[in-house]
Ligand binder design. Structure first.
Ligand code: SAM
Length: 88
């Protein structure tokens, strides 16, 4: 059994956000660096963000454009964090 805390819901996000720590753990044993991950219900990018940090490629799909934009922004932020940490 895994015990991973859920995240608080913030006003502008949907209610079914799952913790990135959960997804990261699964990606680490189920995929390798450079693999592609497809999430056809990508929401705000909860699967795309850990993919970015773990060196996996990611394709996300969502019914709502606002979620796609939010996911793109969240993934871009993760990429900028990686870029900044590589600069140090
Ligand atoms: C469980 S939530 C996403 C969870 C996501 N991993 C997260 O934590 O943000 C399900 C998502 O599926 C999207 N969705 C629902 N029906 C869909 C459909 N027919 N095609 C594509 N996306 C859909 C919703 O807009 C919602 O963002």
């Amino acid at each position: 059994m895994w015990e991973i805390a859920t995240r608080a819901h913030y006003g502008n996000e949907h209610f079914t956000i799952f913790p990135e720590a959960l997804v990261s753990r699964i990606f680490k044993f189920a995929t390798e660096k450079g693999d592609w991950v497809l999430d056809p219900f990508a929401g705000r990018g909860t699967t795309g963000i850990p993919c970015t940090y773990l060196g996996r490629n990611f394709t996300g799909i969502d019914l709502y454009e606002e979620n796609v934009v939010r996911a793109q922004n969240n993934i871009a932020y993760a990429m900028s964090e990686i870029y900044k940490s590589n600069e140090k």
